[in-house]
Design a protein around this ligand. Structure first.
Ligand code: NAI
Length: 298
C-alpha cells in the first residue's frame, strides 16, 4: 500500500492590497472608490482637510447611485465603507501602503515635493504611481532617491465609469513597476495600455487638440457649444462632445495640460484659447463649479 499523499501545500493567505490615495478631488475620490470596490483597503488623504468630508460625500453619492441601479447590495456598500478611511496626514495614509496613487494638483513642483515625502513615508516595496494627465513621469521622479519606483497610472474621469488606464513607463528600469501597475489596473477592473513617457501620453496629446479647437470654434462663432458637441457626437460617434468633456474634466485642469503641452511640444495647436483662460479666471471650472461651457446642476 502506498503511503498517504502529503497534504497539498496551503497557499499563503492573500491579504487585501492597501492603497493610499493622495489628493481627494475629482480623481482621488473616484480612485479611492474603485479601489475599495475591488476589495482593497483604502486610505484617502488631502492637504486641505475640508476636501475629505466632501470626497466621502461624493463616494456616498456613488454608492447611492449603485444601490439605486441595483448594481450594489446594501451589504456591499457597508463592507466598502469598512475598507475606506480618510487620513489626516500623508504618513498615516502611506505608512503601511502596498500602493500609493497620487492625484493632487497638476503642478510639477507640487508633485515632485510630494513624491520626495512619499518615498520617505511609504514602505520600500510599495508601488508608487502618479495620476498626472500630462506631466513627465521621468521629471516628477527625477527628485526621488529611486526614480525607477515611480510609474504613471493615468485614470480617466469619471473613474468608476471609464475603463482606460494609461500605465506610463520611463526607461527600462521602470518596467517591473509598470508590470505591477498593469496588474493593479486589471484588479481594479480597468483596461491598461502601456505608454512611453512623452508629453500628453497617448490620450491627452490627441484629446486636448480636439478640445482646444472646439473652444476656438466657439470663440469664432462657428456654432453654439451644444452644436459643436453634437457634430462630434452624431457625426463622429464620440460618446460626448469635446466641450462637454472639457467641462467634465475641469477647465483649470484642461488649461494646465494645454500650457504644459504647448511649452513641451511647442506646437500652436496646444496654445490655450482666450475663452479658456477667461473662464478659469472667473472660476467657471466646468461641472465641479456648476458652470463652464454648460451650466451644471449636480
Ligand atoms: P482636483 O483639483 O479636483 O483635486 C486635487 C486635490 O489635491 C485637491 O483636493 C487638493 O486640495 C489636493 N492637493 C493639492 N496639493 C496637494 C498636496 N501637496 N498634498 C495632498 N493633497 C493635495 O484635481 P483633479 O481633477 O482630481 O486632478 C488631480 C490629478 O489628476 C491631476 O494631476 C490631473 O491632471 C489628473 N487627472 C485629472 C483628470 C480630470 O478629468 N480631472 C483626468 C485624469 C487625470
Amino acid at each position: 500500500m502506498s503511503p498517504p499523499a502529503p497534504p497539498a501545500p496551503r497557499a499563503p493567505p492573500v491579504s487585501p492590497t492597501r492603497v493610499a490615495v493622495i489628493g481627494a478631488g475629482t480623481m482621488g475620490h473616484g480612485i479611492a472608490y474603485i479601489a475599495a470596490m475591488a476589495g482593497c483597503h483604502v486610505r484617502l488623504t488631502d492637504a486641505r482637510p475640508e476636501s475629505l468630508p466632501q470626497a466621502m460625500e461624493k463616494i456616498e453619492g456613488l454608492l447611492a447611485g449603485g444601490l439605486k441601479r441595483g448594481k450594489l447590495m446594501e451589504a456591499d456598500a457597508a463592507s466598502l465603507r469598512g475598507r475606506l478611511r480618510t487620513a489626516a496626514a500623508l504618513g498615516e495614509a502611506a505608512g503601511d501602503a502596498d500602493v500609493v496613487i497620487e492625484a493632487i494638483v497638476e503642478d510639477l513642483t507640487a508633485k515632485q515635493q510630494l513624491f520626495v515625502e512619499v518615498e520617505r513615508a511609504a514602505p520600500t516595496g510599495a508601488l508608487l504611481a502618479s495620476n498626472t494627465s500630462s506631466l513627465s513621469i521621468g521629471q516628477i521622479a527625477s527628485v526621488m532617491t529611486q526614480p525607477a519606483r515611480l510609474v504613471g497610472m493615468h485614470f480617466f474621469n469619471p473613474v468608476h465609469v471609464m475603463k482606460l488606464v494609461e500605465v506610463v513607463t520611463h526607461g527600462p528600469d521602470s518596467l517591473p513597476e509598470a508590470e505591477r501597475a498593469v496588474e493593479l489596473a486589471k484588479k481594479l477592473g480597468k483596461e491598461p495600455i502601456v505608454v512611453r513617457d512623452s508629453p500628453g501620453f497617448a490620450s491627452s496629446r490627441l484629446g486636448v487638440v480636439l478640445g482646444l479647437e472646439a473652444m476656438r470654434m466657439l470663440e469664432q462663432g462657428v456654432a453654439s457649444a451644444e452644436d459643436i458637441d453634437k457634430a462630434m457626437e452624431l457625426g463622429y460617434n464620440h460618446p460626448m462632445g469635446p466641450l462637454k468633456l472639457s467641462d467634465q474634466i475641469g477647465l483649470d485642469v484642461r488649461l494646465a495640460i494645454a500650457e504644459y503641452l504647448h511649452a513641451t511640444l511647442g506646437r500652436s495647436q496646444y496654445e490655450p484659447p482666450r475663452i479658456l483662460r477667461e473662464k478659469v479666471k472667473k472660476g467657471e471650472l466646468g461641472r465641479k463649479s456648476g458652470k463652464g461651457f454648460y451650466t451644471w446642476s449636480d
